[in-house]
Design a protein around this ligand. Structure first.
Ligand code: SF4
Length: 901
């Protein structure tokens, strides 16, 4: 028989008589509200002291977020013990990093899956407002456009301590909360809290752009009215320059002539910035104004648009070798097959496949390695450039040029996948960004944007929705723009940075549940024979938010039981418009953006970018000895830090959750301290400058660095080796798994430890030496098995080689200047082309720059080792189990900032 309930008159809810007696005996209840207040206190204490964060890591900030779990910062002391992998188990979502349009629907869906009450911490400038990527064509300017944010943590990135402070702030907020208790009719102070409510901000849709379905009607109306087109009519258009021609000296003269005749519009004296911008656009302006301008600021000879010497990269085949090669191709395939155009071979698209096969298989130097492939939008064509090297004769790099029609969607060239399978993702990228079709490509779909996106963003005529001009400095920030400063929203007809073509009619077909990003990326069976139970195959989507994918990356797997029989990487969830921004930024302003590519290796990224621009600048950017040494020291420290992290987290992937990673993070922290001391920042160091480095080393830095290098790192590497290399579980889980043969590794254009673990001794520091690497003794580490274990072991041994280089560089570090002249914010970069190559921790990091003599790059492309290494992923995974896929991906050591750029 149930216990009859009794109620005190002033209490409105029934209470168990036994409990009532107990309360009256032991608790002094002066009023129900006070009791509830105590309950709130206890309840809030419980909630705030056991926050379960869903670490929603999107980009660089995520790494600082992960560091809060290390022993140095120890998030557990702040009441948030364990990062959750599932939204169902979490009550606070820490959005750390850049929120892209591609990722936004995923974030909203996962937020919806968290139980109430739930909170959001926005970590970093990007999550809070778009940060440095604000309003890029694939970036959302702040997560609060779609989620209710409780705490904003400023910084780019915020330090781990700043995130912990954010956590404390959230805890204080929770302390002050009173939840609604409808059962007793109590209203709390959290009107948002309704455990049964459906979300009021619907999941946005990836259509021709990201579409907020709350504004669907308005957006459709404005699109029909042609507001995008009307706005664009008022914007300055970037000037297109013609593709390079063989007759260089005349072109040079013409460029100089243009610079000389630059003049002011409508009789008004041109400002300095107008002159620079007019020149960069290639515009001719009336002569009178030029004279006026000249009077204001007398033109120096250096003001003329200089042309850099023609060479594709610092170490290459050379002029004579290139002429011989052109002659050989002509005699093989007919006169006119290859024309030397500015130190590269121009080949007709129709002969590309023949020429490619010849270069790989029959030329005396076998060009078996496609280092890089990219497109440039010129006035008269889209030019595809192919950088080729030979693994047998490294340093013989050549550049091929192939031209396609300029008009949007008209360009077509044959795919070279059959010759160099490493072209796969690179051709898809050129298609996605430039609209060039590659005939014969088996899967020519968008790779960084999504199917259905309406534009080709790296064509020069693609104007981004927000921006007021194609290149910095924007008119509203310079003298003629005084009083005309606008907010982003005013520039945009939609109130946010979306751009939809007037002809778009498919509003009714927009579906928030559609998978625009994964569409077309479902792997087909690849003939892997599974000799086990007769099971149904199915497609499994891993990612784009999954603890094992090392960032916002997705793999669509076709599995037969546990066996992988097909795999397609799906990327672009972190595409932050890096190259478009690089063409908008002035050369100097682009440095900090390179930090954020592979956000573990900002020093190495800086180095590569500096080399590309310095190649164009020639002696104006000759690096002094001290700076060269400092550069090498920073680069090698960074390699050790990156490899440490990579090994620690590979062990996570293999099942040894977090202990090895904690050891690795500890060493990395010591290196980050050195970076912070010298550059002012732990991760985003922005430390290199054209011709040197930004600051000299502070007093005491060399001693501290030497102590870490000489007394600690070697010992710690030995410790890792002793703990891991002979560990039976590690060996069982990594030996013979994810094997990439030597031939496959070269064919897929893999680089770095991935390539070397397959037995190819190709390291840019030796293959095409840069900086002062040719002065140091170190070995190029290789292995022969090409499996997960060898990739781990190559990294481990490479750290020892870095320590060797560090010891030599620290001992040889001379006194002297760190820059060739005074610090300057005015960089003059001659017109020309340059491809720089550095050995990043992940492999060959290349920067391809086309400069037109203006203050910004005309074309800026990054050859990303993480991106290209992924081309081999499917081949490495076929026939293995799902659990092995996690380890194989970990052994590639990808960083999404660099994959997606
Ligand atoms: S750029 Fe990177 S570090 Fe800066 S706020 Fe964005 S995600 Fe964080």
């Amino acid at each position: 028989m149930p216990t009859p309930s009794t109620a005190r008159p002033e209490w409105t809810i029934p209470i168990d008589p036994a409990l009532q007696a107990e309360l009256e005996r032991h608790v002094l209840v002066t009023s129900w509200d006070k009791l509830l207040g105590m309950v709130d206190t206890v309840y809030n204490w419980g909630r705030r002291s056991a926050l379960w964060p869903l670490g929603f890591g999107l980009a660089c900030c995520a790494i600082e977020m992960i560091c809060t779990a290390s022993s140095r910062f120890d998030i557990a002391r702040f009441g948030a013990e364990v990062f959750r992998g599932s939204p169902r188990q979490a009550d606070v979502m820490i959005v750390s990093g850049t929120v892209t349009k591609t990722m936004m629907p995923m974030i909203a869906r996962l937020y919806d899956q968290m139980p109430e009450p739930k909170y959001v911490i926005s970590m970093g400038a990007c999550a809070s407002g778009g940060g440095p990527f604000k309003e890029g064509y694939n970036v959302v300017s702040g997560i609060d456009k779609y989620l209710p944010v409780d705490v904003y943590v400023p910084g780019c990135p915020p330090t781990p301590q700043a995130l912990l402070h954010g956590l404390i702030t959230l805890q204080r907020k929770i302390d002050g909360e009173k939840l609604d208790i409808p059962a007793i009719g109590r209203k709390g102070n959290t009107p948002w809290y309704d455990p049964d409510a459906n979300r009021d901000v619907p999941v946005p849709v990836l259509g021709p752009d990201l579409i907020d379905v709350r504004t669907l009607e308005l957006t459709a109306e404005r699109t029909a009215a042609g507001l995008t087109e009307a706005r664009e009519a008022t914007l300055p258009r970037p000037a297109l320059i013609p593709a390079p021609r063989p007759e260089v000296p005349e072109a040079e003269e013409a460029a100089d002539g243009q610079a000389e005749s630059a003049a002011a519009p409508s009789g008004r004296a041109m400002s300095k910035i107008e002159l620079i911008r007019a020149k960069s656009r290639g515009e001719a302006v009336p002569e009178g104004a030029a004279a006026t301008a000249a009077k204001k600021a007398p033109a120096r000879p250096s003001r003329k648009a200089r042309v850099a010497p023609s060479r594709p990269t610092l170490v290459w085949l050379g002029d004579d070798g290139l002429k011989d090669l052109a002659g050989r191709l002509d005699s093989e395939f007919g006169e006119g097959t290859a024309t030397v155009v500015r130190a590269a071979l121009l080949v007709p698209a129709g002969k590309l496949l023949d020429v490619s096969s010849f270069l790989r298989d029959r030329n005396p130097i076998r060009y078996d390695y496609l280092a890089s492939l990219q497109g440039v939008h010129y006035e008269d064509c889209i030019e595809l450039t192919y950088h080729l090297d030979s693994t047998a004769s490294p340093g013989s790099l050549i550049q091929l040029r192939v031209r396609a029609a300029e008009a949007e969607g008209e360009g077509e060239v044959p795919s070279v996948i059959g010759v160099w399978p490493g072209a796969d993702f690179q051709e898809r990228e050129a298609y996605d960004m430039m609209g060039v079709r590659f005939s014969g490509h088996p899967n020519l779909t968008r790779i960084l944007m999504w199917e259905g996106f309406a534009y080709y963003p790296l064509r020069k005529d693609f104007l981004e929705p927000y921006y007021e001009g194609p290149a910095k400095v924007f008119p509203s920030r310079i003298e003629e723009g005084r009083g005309q400063h606008h907010r982003a929203e005013e520039f945009n007809p939609f109130g946010s940075n979306v751009k939809i073509p007037k002809g778009f009619r498919g509003w009714d077909g927009l579906d928030p549940a559609a998978d625009a990003k994964g569409f077309g990326q479902m792997p087909r069976g690849t003939g892997v024979d599974v000799q086990e139970l007769d099971t149904e195959q199915f497609v499994l989507s891993m990612g784009p938010q999954h603890p094992s994918t090392h960032g916002v990356f997705r793999m669509n797997l076709r599995v037969d039981g546990e066996t992988v029989v097909g795999l397609k990487p799906v990327m672009g969830y972190m595409h932050r418009n890096h190259e478009k921004i690089g063409e908008r930024n002035t050369f100097l302003m682009n440095f900090p953006f390179t930090d954020r590519l592979d956000y573990f290796t900002s020093m190495l990224n800086n180095h590569g970018y500096a080399l590309a621009v310095e190649q164009l600048m020639g002696d104006d950017a000759k690096v002094p000895e001290r700076a060269e040494h400092i550069r090498v020291i920073m680069a090698e420290l960074n390699r050790v830090a990156s490899h440490m992290w990579s090994i620690g987290f590979l062990l996570n992937d293999l099942g040894a959750f977090f202990t090895p990673a904690l050891y690795a993070i500890e060493e990395r922290e010591l290196i980050l301290d050195l970076f912070e001391w010298a550059a002012g920042s732990r991760m985003m160091c922005n430390y290199f400058r054209f011709g040197g480095v930004a600051f000299d080393l502070p007093p005491g830095w060399v001693d501290r660095c030497s102590a870490i290098v000489n007394d600690r790192l070697g010992r710690k590497i030995d410790e890792l080796d002793a703990l891991l290399s002979e560990n039976e579980i590690l060996k069982d889980r990594s030996r013979g798994i994810g094997v990439l043969s030597r031939e496959q590794a070269i064919a897929f254009s893999t680089a770095g430890p991935v390539l070397r673990a397959s037995g190819v001794p190709y390291d840019i520091r030796r293959a095409a030496p840069y900086s002062i690497y040719d002065r140091f003794e170190f070995d190029v580490v290789t292995a022969t098995g090409g499996d997960v274990y060898d990739r781990y072991h190559v990294r481990l041994r490479e750290m020892r080689e870095s320590v060797r280089i560090l010891g030599q560089a620290l001992r040889a570090l001379p006194e002297g200047p760190i820059l060739p002249g005074k610090k300057s914010y005015q960089i003059k970069v001659p017109a020309g082309e340059a491809y720089s190559r550095v050995e990043n921790a992940k492999g060959e990091l290349g920067y391809y720059i086309v400069a037109d003599g203006g203050p910004t790059a005309y074309r800026y492309h990054v050859r990303s080792p993480s991106f290209i290494n992924l081309t081999a992923l499917e081949a490495m995974c076929l026939g293995h189990t799902v659990a092995d896929v996690v380890g194989i991906l970990g052994s590639l050591d990808i960083v999404l900032g660099e994959v997606d750029r």
